[in-house]
Design a protein around this ligand. Sequence first.
Ligand code: BGC
Length: 862
Amino acid sequence: MKRIKILLTIMTMVVFAMPLAAQTPSAGDNAARVNAIISKMTLEEKIDYIGGTGFAVRAMPGLKLPSLEMSDGPIGVRSNQRFPSTTYAAGIGLAATWDRDLAQRVGDGIGKDARARGVHFMLGPGMNIYRSPLNGRNFEYFGEDPFLAGQIASNYILGMQKNGVSSTAKHYLANNSEYLRHDSDSVVDERALREIYLPAFEASVKHGHAGALMDSYNFINGTHATQNGYFNIDVLRKDWGFDGVMMSDWVATYDGVAAANNGLDLEMPTGAYMNRETLLPAIKDGRVKEATIDEKVRHILTTAVRFGWLDREQRDESLSTYNQANHNVALESARESITLLKNDGGVLPLDKNKIKSVLVVGPDAYPARVVGGGSGGVNPFSAVSPLEGIAKLLGPSVIVHYEQGLPMLADAAGMTAFTTEANGGKPGVTMEVYKNTKLEGSPESTSVIHAINRKGFGWDELFGGDFSDFGALAGAMQRSESRRFTGYYNAPEATTYHLYVHGPMENCGYRVFVDGKLVADNWDILKASEYATALPLTAGPHKVVAEDYQTGLFGGRLRLAIVDESKLVSAAAKRLAGKVDAVIITAGFNENNEGEGADRSFTLPFGQDEMIRELAALNKKTIVTVTAGGGVATAGWLGSVPAYVHNWYGGEQGGTALAEALFGEVNPSGHLPISIETRVEDNPTFHNYYPTPGTPHVEYKEGIFVGYRGYEHNHVEPQFPFGFGLSYTSFKIEKIKVEADKTPKAVMMHGLPALYTVSFDVTNTGSRAGDDVAQVYVGQRNAPVARPEKELKGFARVALKAGETRRVSVALDARAFTYYDVAGKHWHADAGKYTVSVGDSSANIAQKAELTIPAIEVSNIQ
Ligand code: BGC
């Protein structure tokens, strides 16, 4: 290992931000134009303007202000009328590509799709940090590392906004789980906020120049995001110089006056709190200044002027609505995201010329699982499932068998037979319905139903696809109901059964008792959308009582199945697995058990571990592919399969890309933007992921030690480390050199000049072309404050032909060395020795160099 030492003579470097290229031409003229409009508005009009109308900023025809349309984001344009749109690989997959240019192309594609549909604000990208695999919305976000998340987010935003469409960076801030999302209070220390949770937003503002941000539902350190002046004003506006729109998440405003005074510009979806009724008297008696309202209107109008919305139609009819170039970008994003995690004996790629028959099996084989559930869902024009992708690639000469392999949980719930009494009752379950959430008083109705298998309400059921019907929303929000289901399950034999429950979403809860014992408790905290537990039962009848309540939009779903897992896997799947040349298992989640409004389990859903184990025992060439927005428990099956491919949610072309990777037409190049733990208990947040009992406080006790920072600090080895990903070729990284940057220039993220350049050779030592992701980590030797062993501070995705070597340079700015000095309110690095390392995962460091630097101080305010 070559060691390089650079000694600079100056003892302290004070680093100033360099101004980024001006993004708003003739700012003075624009300000005058905006002020002229504001001066024509009555106070009432200004107040109306800062309350949305569904998915839009209202039109004011008298002032020639058009309606400013919005659409979710972030994985494609999810038009509110369910109009289809290109569906790209999900955010976590985009982060797995480590490809800034691709992030720009995806942003650009979505920007064009938005312009073709007349959308002004896209509600994305989402960039909340992956603290734990349990968060139901991890699939939308960019993983556990703030640097990687900031790079992907800001490039996506740059790509999108050059089309005259504003992105909306969300959800600001510390919204890292889906349970109790309106009520939980994220208690996070200042260092963790500055170093882990804020940087992706900071990059979105300083580098991406995002037009809008969205405040989250939760509290942060005791104050709701929408009325948290520290984050909305001090950090965002004063420290970072944000000049765009701060909008609320949908129904995330709780106090009109507090929100008005603490930095919220636009209440969405309506002005339920920031309205005339609340604000006119508050302005009259001085609790809110009229100038504060003017400022909000100014932020919206300045953004409208900046993006040209007052000067042209937003729908650009020179663009295709069905955009073939964008479908190609969607395919590219899926291709690059696929992450190969195990490939023993080079079982992959499969050789399509040698394979005569294949079994594609599992719940995610067909139909395509393009994206997780909730507002991040997109409706593609068409989508390719893994089954279709594989069959198309193999062509007619190969026999492609398909089996679901397992019943769906809903089918198993329907088949779980109950009787109303232990002996001599009727078939079925007694359902009592109460018109309150606590099962109080006498039930409003009592009936006997076939099984505990209630579908309930989701987005589609509620609005029939029309997301702008907020009358329906208001009605549904009033719902308040609880139910008790009582029945007897007659266990055919004494064995360990499994109880599975697919529960409701936010503002709901459920629990299950078997023979009087609580076996599933999701009453106060809805821990996972799908819940499983082992259930040892004696032969004979057992009393099962399931209770649930619903208070908001999404209640009603409750499916309960009791199964003997050894009898779950279909006989046909087992028979075929023993016969075919290769078995491709498509395991994972889908839009119903991973998504917004509920967390998910770490273990794979219903029966899948068992399915993998049984099929792998029947065929040595069993390949496991997993569709999931993050890590899953692999301990139950990884040792019994030779290959594991993590394919995230691949969007409309996910099946094509997966097939290409499995059969070697594309060399997998994704690298994990997360660490995957062996056991969920290993996760650094495990002991404090849920609120401190009896309080809403979610204490981020792990501080800055999130993800690999935490694994390294705790000396716990994950199953798969951050940054890891295999390829069908091999790479070598060597000849590291660190030197003072000779051409100071503004670098990514913070508008800071480069201080050092790290350069190294990357060689493709294998026999086929491929892309490596070289990752640059920096760590302080003998740091006087608690610091991670190393932190990602740069990376380069390098495409190399077989045998090719390329010299790669990565710039490091001051923030590569600094930590946040809470007392001094600035970024600080001690003078002394730092280790710069390069590898292709956080655990596979190929080269290290030692660097001695002078002390550095970087102001917070830029
Ligand atoms: C989600 C946001 C989304 C909004 C509008 C909310 O429930 O949290 O991410 O943009 O709805 O659909």
